[in-house]
Design a binder for this molecule. Sequence first.
Ligand code: ADE
Length: 247
Amino acid sequence: MGRLAILGALHEEIADLLAAMDPGATIHRIAMRDFHVGTLWGTPCVIALSRIGKVAAAATASIVIQEFQVSRVLFTGLAGGLHADVDVGDVVVASSLMQHDMDARPLFDQHEIPLLGRVCFDADAGLSALLHDGAEQFIRASGEPSANGRTTLAAPKVHRGLIATGDVFVSHNDEAQALRKRLPDALCVEMEGAAMAQVCYEFGIPFAVMRVISDRADHAAKMDFTAFLQNVARVYTAGILEPLLKS
Ligand code: ADE
């Protein structure tokens, strides 16, 4: 099997993975990005910071596929919760992804990717199932009773379903409500996943997306996102991936 690509939009989202790479990793600079090539807990991989947004994610996905012979691509990071069941601290693993800001009406249906004839891109079922189980185990282990027998935090949940992607940081209640109404199945909103998914689909490369919910895409989103990014984001991805890649 070829390398696993792991991509994130912000440094904090991949910092612990970079720090955990086995000695001997090399850095390749292409198109203003650093691609860290080596092994992570024994698994051959390339890790890169895409930067934020659909174009950045698509460019980074194209590069890892064309330059580094990857066999799978994983995008990881934060997202805003949309669905009523999806709370801050929960994990969402994509079963499929769509671009909520794609609108070429009246030439094509709303959300349809022009000339591809599809709205959604399906994530790889096997890789997504591994991530889902890994996230549940991580949350269970983090929530185990402390020495005094009490846990203080409500246990986060792990969800699997539709992720909506667009070049918008959703930070107003009315924007979030409009998305909920238009896309009642969408669990969360972020800014890269479906762009990476489209590139992987076009190249025939399996992919998965795992997101930790940092905010509820409302008026408090900016503050919640920033606090979550600084304090929590980095712990999740490394904590979930370490046992999966070691096994
Ligand atoms: N990523 C994390 N929170 C987000 C939000 N509210 N909108 C878009 N992307 C996000």
